[in-house]
Design a protein around this ligand. Sequence first.
Ligand SMILES: [Zn+2]
Length: 148
Amino acid sequence: MGTKETYIGVFLIVKGKPLLEIITKNVCKKHLKLRFEDGEKFCSECGDALITKKEEHWEKPYLYDILEEDKYEDIFCQVDSENEDMIWIVNEVFPDRDHIVSEYEFVEIDEKMVKDYVKNFKTNHKEILEVLKERVISFEIKFGVVIY
Ligand SMILES: [Zn+2]
C-alpha cells in the first residue's frame, strides 16, 4: 500500500470524449484464436496466408490526450481514480491561489473561501478553460478534498 496524498483546493471533474483507436491485426481465417506478430504472413498452424483485420477500440482519454500543448500540460495533474470521469487537480508547481498547500498552519474553510478560490481559478485559467470547453463533453469546477 502506497502513501496517500491529500489535496485541498480547486479540482475538475472532466467527462472526456472517448478516443477511437484502430488496431490492425494479422489473423488466420481458420485459426481466429491464434496471434501473430506484425511481420508474419502465413499461419504457423496451417500455412494459409494471413488476412489483415481492423478492430476499433474506444479508449478513455487521459489529461495529455486533451491538453497536449506544452503550455497547458503542466497546469493540471490527473489523479488515478475509480471515478467514471477524470479528476484533475491543479499542479502544485503553480503559485496561484488554486489550492491550499502550505499557505496556512490551519484554516477554517468557509463559504467565502470556497467561492474566492473558484472565482480566482476561473480568472487565472480563462484561456485553458475555453480550450477545454471545445475538447471535452463537459467539466465541472469544484473545491474540495481529493485523496489519491
Ligand atoms: Zn491457420
